[in-house]
Every structure is written in C-alpha cells, then in structure tokens.
Design a binder for this molecule. Structure first.
Ligand SMILES: C[S@@+](CC[C@H](N)C(=O)[O-])C[C@H]1O[C@@H](n2cnc3c(N)ncnc32)[C@H](O)[C@@H]1O
Length: 365
C-alpha cells in the first residue's frame, strides 16, 4: 500500500483527516468516522475484549490502558502525529456516572472517579491540540450534577483556543431507528471558525430527517424466534429464555407497543404493584413503525426497559439490538451475552457518528 502514491509511508491516505479516538470501545464511533472518509490514527481503550474487537473491525490496535496513565505525547507518538497537526479527536467517556438510569445520584457523581475522565480528556486536547474535537455523552451530564465537569471542560478548551458548540441531539433525527438523546459537543480552533462554518454547525443541531427509520426497517426481516431459540445462520440472533411467569406476562402485553400497565392488575408482578409512578417502559413492547427507545447495556432484559419484540413473545436479541444501533451485521463481535449487550449499549450509533463526521468535514480547514 505504501508504494501507492495516494498513501504515505504509514499506509495512511494522503490528505485524509486523521482521528484519535479516546475511550474507543469496540469501535462504533471510529467506524462512523471511517465511513465518512477519516483515517483512524490511534485509539485508546482500557478493556481488552473491546480492544480485540476494535482491532478486528477497524484494523488498528488500540493502546490498551487506563486513560489516567496516558498523556498527550503518548497519543501523538502512537498516532505518529505532531502537536497541533491536521487531525481530530473523539472522546466518549463512560457515561454511567452521568446517566439518569445510574444508581449514582447528585453528590456521588462528584466522587465518582469516572467523572474525572472528562477533565482528563480536556487535558489530552490541551496537550495534543487537534484541529477539532468531538465529545459525546448523556444529556444528564449537562443537566445534572455532572455539569460542573462539563463547564470545566468548556473552560479548558476555551483557554486552549477552541470555540465549542454543544446541544442535545436525538439519534432518530439522523436516521437511526432509535430515540437516543445525547449531548454532542463540537469544538474547533477559533482561528478556523467563520460565519459559514458556524451556520453549518447550527444546521447540524437542527437536523431532522423527514421520515424517521423504524424498528421494522431495522429488524423486520430477521428470522422469527421462540424464546430460547437461535437462528442457525446467525449466532447473535439468539433469543433468551424467560421464566414461566415472565413469559405469561410477555404474551399478554399487547403487540406493537403495548406496556405492562395495559395488563389487568392481577397479572402484574408483585414488585410492580409497589411502583406509584414511572417504570412504565419495563416489560414494554417495541412498536413496529416507530424508532425504538434507547438501547442500553441491559437491552435483552425485559425488566430493564421496552425491550420486548414488537410481535414475538421474547426480548430482542443481540443482533436486533445491534441493528437498532446501526452496527452492520458484518461487524465482528465476540464475548458473553452480557459483554455484548454492554458494548452495544455503550456504543455511539455508527450512523450518528458518520453524520457527525460528515458535518465536521464541512467545517474543517
Ligand atoms: C461510552 S463507551 C465508548 C463507546 C465507543 N465510542 C463506541 O462507539 O463504541 C466508553 C468506553 O470507555 C472505556 N473506559 C472506561 N474507563 C476507561 C479508562 N479508565 N481508560 C480508558 N478507557 C476507559 C470503556 O471500557 C468503554 O468502552
């Protein structure tokens, strides 16, 4: 490849923008950037399984390390880039401490070491000076107690010479068959910002696809399964078994969007009778002709959300969850069922990152 005049001696396409992906997970954000035409120069991830999957699919071995032990020079050396060079940085730090679904509440978020990852990411930006930076996290981070970290992030980037735009976007507005609200912050070196580029960024936050993609679009043609059955041609399309009690309940939840609250009270589980408000989506069915709710790290467990198939008597499979996350079937994944659903739930939808990356190309110098 290096002999081709379109590539440099590292096999990197000449002229392509390069990316350093911090907290790269199994590589969904990197894949979206690659699809938009970026080259991945380096990635950083602590989890060995995720690193392995990343390498298989993205073709580059991430630095497997705790981010707190890495500095900007390490990243630049790995990526063979120079400080202030022509490259971008992505950062999707673990969001559990900022998540509404987390057990972590108000004051604890300040003590949670994961909250420091946001500051660490800002420091890596300061030390490497990419042309532009993308940061993604859960909305709770800017609305909840975690916002002190985000404000500090904004201050650090401003001091380093960046202008940051941010807002909450819904992945469904970009063609992902899922309502998934996420904060996306786009930072660019101030000297590159023009009025036209500002307008492009503002357009991105207002994006609204005319006809949202639906659960049917994503999983409608997959093989029908009974609980406990696996598709002979796809080991990831494997339906979990349910206890007799849960199965009875699932069978009675009305097809195509029904909820456990539609059932007569006599059929409710004892734990649900104690709930006064909320938890309406647990044991809920997805609707065929709408985007799904947010796919989480427990997305094949009906007790954890609206994760029952629209018309079959079972929870969705790993394949169905990954389709809803716009992860292509060709993406090679391995691990236990729990590993897989956590990785899928943590991922940034591939299509959303592709759209972010395509937008970024419009504003890069
Ligand atoms: C939100 S996920 C990133 C998802 C990824 N961008 C994708 O699209 O697939 C956050 C990642 O940070 C990793 N992580 C957690 N703590 C870390 C640490 N101390 N150092 C480096 N990575 C860490 C997790 O293993 C997880 O894969």
């Amino acid at each position: 490849m290096s002999s081709n005049r379109n590539f440099d001696e590292r096999g990197v396409m000449k002229g392509a923008y390069q990316v350093i992906d911090v907290f790269s997970g199994m590589g969904c954000a990197s894949l979206g950037f690659k699809r938009a035409g970026f080259q991945i120069a380096a990635a950083l991830e602590i989890n060995p399984l995720r690193c392995r999957i990343y390498e298989k699919n993205i073709g580059l071995k991430p630095i497997q390390s705790d981010v707190l032990k890495i500095d900007g020079e390490d990243l630049l050396a790995e990526a063979k880039l120079r400080k202030g060079g022509k490259f971008c940085m992505i950062g999707c730090p673990p969001c559990q401490s900022f998540s509404k679904l987390s057990d972590t509440r108000s004051i604890n978020v300040l003590k949670d070491p994961r909250s420091r990852y946001v500051n660490k990411f800002a420091k890596l930006v300061e030390e490497t000076k990419p042309t532009a930076v993308i940061f993604e996290n859960v909305p709770w981070m800017i609305e909840g107690p975690g916002k002190i970290f985000f404000k500090r992030y904004l201050r650090t980037l401003k001091r380093a010479g960046y202008v940051t735009f941010y807002g909450t976007v819904n992945a469904a507005d970009f063609g992902v068959p899922q309502n998934r609200f996420r904060v996306v912050a786009i930072s660019i070196k101030k000297r590159f910002l023009t009025k036209k580029k500002t307008e492009e960024i503002e357009k991105f936050y207002k994006n609204k696809i005319k006809k949202p993609k639906t659960v049917r679009d994503a999983i409608g043609e997959l093989k029908s399964l009974r609980p406990g059955q696996t598709d002979r041609n796809d080991s990831l399309h494997s339906a979990r078994n349910h206890s007799a009690k849960v199965l009875k309940m699932i069978k009675h939840v009305p097809k195509d969007g029904g909820s456990r609250t539609d059932l007569p009270r006599s059929m409710w589980l004892e734990c649900h009778k104690k709930i006064k408000h909320g938890a309406d989506s647990v044991y809920g069915r997805m609707s065929w002709d709408k985007p799904s709710g947010t796919i989480t790290g427990r997305c094949t467990t009906p007790a954890c959300g609206r994760f029952i198939h629209p018309s079959q008597s079972r929870a969705i499979t790993i394949r169905e969850a990954s389709r809803i996350q716009t992860i292509p079937d060709s993406f090679e994944m391995e691990g236990s069922k729990q590993d897989l659903e956590e990785m899928i739930g943590d991922a940034v939808p591939v299509l959303l990152t592709q759209k972010i990356a395509e937008n970024l190309l419009k504003i890069l110098p």
